[in-house]
Ligand binder design. Structure first.
Ligand code: PMP
Length: 355
């Protein structure tokens, strides 16, 4: 979270703009929260340059919830194609099998999820209701550097993209997207809010079994207020959208500025790891994530000492995901360049004293 956002939320915690209420105490149907919600939606539309024919939905259920909600809304009970590039897309295809037939169009499992299968090699089925990708695999550290253009591959199905862990870190080319979803908790706000951005023509096809609160058309028709939305999450995400819009790097603003900053942060860390014989990153340089950098100490016997020293230096949450081991630096939008510089300094010093 950007510190400025937390500070503003703290200052407004007991009394939002003279209303005499905390945002947590507001009715979601009141005029105060209505204004907060409309502003948040306008700000994310502007920030991500979302075209008019897309709805922006504030939902609950998280990324894993969407793994079921998407096929319930889009599959029409037929089939969907999945490109499996790591743990999260693997989970998505497994969950979708409860609602429709699943075709694995491509997988990088044989490469231990360290490189992306070229879209020209994908075995798209031709009649799928949608094609699913995870545009940034949070655990494996693999990121699409471009959103695949399915139409150029001769595929008319809409692309569904799980952008949970890199939303707002780079611009989105909406021409190639039918639906994007993401939990807010990485780059946008607290856990509990899920953002869904969906093209108009994909609404209104939900399966009969789809819960009303998860029916995209119902949510869209009710401006995300069919049931009580995660009001606090929307408020904090709204403050984050404002903060993101204000960011600049040279002549760049907003998401373009964040992208420039994220490129610089990621380059610093990857260049250091690549230049070291002590640390190792196994991901193909062409698809390395700018947000999640998994890395290993070549001598894994030093892992505990590395983590203990990092903690002492104020560098937290570096332990890798349990499925992969090693280390992982998650350098989301709110992590400043100085944070990555501090990590690299620590890594250099640890190498010097342990090599
Ligand atoms: N997709 C991706 C890419 C994720 O990183 C995560 C969470 N780390 C999820 C899905 C699952 O999200 P949630 O825990 O909000 O269900």
């Amino acid at each position: 979270m950007p510190e400025a956002v937390l500070q503003r939320a703290a200052a407004e915690m007991l009394d939002w703009e003279g209303s005499g209420m905390s945002v947590m105490e507001m009715s979601h149907r009141g005029k105060e929260f209505g204004a907060i919600c409309r502003q948040a939606e306008a700000d994310i539309r502007d920030l991500l340059a979302v075209p008019e024919q897309f709805h922006i939905l504030f939902m609950q259920g998280g990324g894993l919830g969407e793994n079921a909600i998407v096929p319930m809304n889009l599959s029409r009970g037929t089939s969907a194609d999945f490109v499996v590039t790591g743990s999260w897309s693997a989970k998505s295809q497994k969950e979708a099998q409860r609602y429709c037939k699943v075709n694995i169009a491509a997988t990088n499992a044989a490469d231990q999820h360290t490189r992306l299968p070229d879209p020209s090699t994908w075995q798209l089925s031709g009649n799928a209701s949608y094609v699913h990708i995870c545009s940034n695999e949070t655990i494996n550290g693999v990121e699409f550097q471009e959103i695949p253009d399915l139409a150029a591959l001769g595929c008319q199905a809409p692309l569904v993209m799980d952008f949970s862990s890199h939303v707002a870190s780079r611009p989105v080319d909406w021409r190639h997207v039918g639906l994007a979803f993401g939990g807010a908790q990485k780059n946008l706000g607290p856990a509990g809010l899920t953002i869904v951005i969906v093209r108009d023509d994909l609404l209104g096809h939900a399966l009969e079994i789809c819960p009303s609160a998860f029916n995209y058309k119902t949510v869209a028709d009710n401006q995300s207020m069919y049931n009580t939305p995660p009001t606090w999450g929307i408020y904090i995400a709204g403050l984050t959208f404002q903060w993101l819009r204000q960011q600049t790097e040279g002549a760049l603003t907003g998401v373009a500025a964040m992208e420039a900053r994220n490129i610089a942060k990621a380059r610093l860390l990857y260049d250091f790891i690549d230049g070291s014989a002590f640390y190792d990153n196994k991901v193909d340089a062409a698809c390395r994530s700018r947000m999640n950098v998994p890395f290993f100490l070549r001598d894994e016997g030093r892992n505990d000492a590395f983590l203990a020293g990092a903690r002492e230096a104020g560098l937290l949450q570096l332990k890798g995901h349990k499925s992969l081991g090693g280390m992982r630096a998650s350098i989301y939008n709110a992590m400043p360049l100085a944070g990555v510089q501090a990590l690299v300094s620590y890594m250099r010093e640890f190498e010097r004293s342990h090599a």
